[in-house]
Design a protein around this ligand. Structure first.
Ligand code: ASP
Length: 300
C-alpha cells in the first residue's frame, strides 16, 4: 500500500483563485505519487511535493508568501519521519527558497530539530544550500494585498480567519516500507509581527508522524493550533479510536473550535492508507491518492 495526501490551505478561497489552487495541489500530488509508485521513500515524496508548492507562487509558502508587518516574507517549515521520529524544522527564515528542503537537511545532517532566523540561514550556507535574495520571494499580488490591509486599524491576523488568506501547504505520505512522513511549509499569517512563528514548524502542532499510527499536516490559525497541540492531539485521537482517520480529523477540528474558537483544516493518513480530511473554513484545497484508488482526487 502506498498513499499520499496534499493540502494547499484552508480558508474562503475566492472563485478566481480556485484554478491555481487546484492545479498546484494536483501537480504536487503527481510529483509525490511518481516518487512513491516507483519505489521511492515517503520522505522524498513529501519533500518534493511540498517543494513544488513552495515554488508555485500560488500558495502562502516559499515564493509568493504573505508579507509580515515589515513587508518581508518570513518562512516556517517542518518535516518528520514517523519511523525514526527524526524531524527537522525552520522558523522565521528570509533567504531560503525551499524551507522544506532545509528542514530535511536539519533532520538528516544535524543533532537539532528547529533552527530559526540567522542561525538557520547559517546552517543552510554551511551545508551547501544556496541562500536567495529575499526580494525573489515577494510577489506583486502579496505586496498589493499587504498595502491594502496594513492601514486598517482593526486588521487582525486572526479574525475572521475564514476570510484571511491561509494557503499553507502540507503533505503526508505512506511508502512501501510502511514509513509515514509529513511535511508542512508556510509564510505564516498576513501582516504578522516580525519574528512570529506559527504552528507549521512546531512538531506536534502543525506536523506529526508516527508510522505505527499515522500522520497529519495542519493549516489555519496557527496560534489556535499551537494552543491545542493540534497535530499530536489528532494522532492521539486516532490511536484511541482504532485508527479511523476520518473521525479523528473531525473530532480534532471540533476540539479546536470548542477550546479556542480556532479555524483551519487537517489532512490525516493512517497506516492502511486511509484518509481523513476536516476543516471548518469555507474551503480547503487538497488532493489525494492511494494504491487502493484508480485515479487521484482533487477537491476544494
Ligand atoms: N498555520 C499557518 C500559521 O499560522 C497559517 C496557515 O495555515 O495558512 O502560520
Amino acid at each position: 500500500m502506498i498513499a499520499l495526501i496534499i493540502h494547499g490551505g484552508a480558508w474562503n478561497i475566492p472563485d478566481i483563485l480556485l484554478e491555481g489552487h487546484r492545479a498546484g495541489v494536483a501537480r504536487a500530488l503527481e510529483i509525490g505519487w511518481n516518487i512513491l509508485s516507483s519505489g521511492g521513500s515517503a520522505v522524498d515524496a513529501v519533500e518534493h511535493a511540498v517543494k513544488s508548492m513552495e515554488d508555485d507562487g500560488t500558495f502562502d509558502a516559499g515564493r509568493g508568501s504573505h508579507l509580515n508587518a515589515n513587508g518581508d516574507v518570513e518562512l516556517d517549515a517542518s518535516i518528520m519521519d514517523g519511523t525514526t521520529f527524526r524531524c527537522g524544522a525552520v522558523g522565521a527564515v528570509h533567504r531560503i527558497k525551499n524551507p522544506i528542503s532545509l528542514s530535511r537537511k536539519i533532520m538528516d545532517d544535524s543533532e537539532h530539530i528547529l533552527l530559526v532566523g540567522e542561525g538557520a540561514e547559517r546552517f543552510a550556507h554551511e551545508h551547501g544550500v544556496q541562500l536567495c535574495n529575499p526580494a525573489e520571494l515577494r510577489c506583486s499580488r502579496e505586496i498589493d494585498l499587504w498595502n491594502s490591509i496594513r492601514m486598517k486599524e482593526d486588521f487582525q491576523t486572526k479574525q475572521p480567519f475564514q476570510n484571511q488568506p491561509s494557503d499553507t501547504v502540507g503533505a503526508v505520505a505512506l511508502d512501501r516500507t510502511g514509513k509515514i512522513c509529513v511535511g508542512t511549509s508556510t509564510g505564516g499569517t498576513l501582516n504578522k509581527h516580525p519574528g512570529r512563528v506559527g504552528d507549521s514548524p512546531l512538531i506536534g502542532c502543525g506536523t506529526f508522524a508516527d508510522s505505527a499510527v499515522g500522520g497529519i499536516s495542519t493549516t489555519g490559525w496557527g496560534e489556535g493550533m499551537i494552543k491545542v497541540v493540534m497535530a499530536k492531539t489528532v494522532i492521539d485521537l486516532m490511536e484511541m479510536n482504532g485508527g479511523d482517520p476520518r473521525s479523528a480529523a473531525e473530532k480534532g477540528i471540533e476540539h479546536l473550535k470548542r477550546k479556542v474558537d480556532g479555524h483551519g483544516g487537517v489532512i490525516v493518513l493512517n497506516t492502511r492508507g486511509q484518509f481523513g480530511i476536516s476543516y471548518n473554513t469555507p474551503r480547503m484545497a487538497r488532493a489525494y491518492r492511494s494504491s487502493a484508488m484508480d485515479a487521484p482526487v482533487v477537491q476544494i
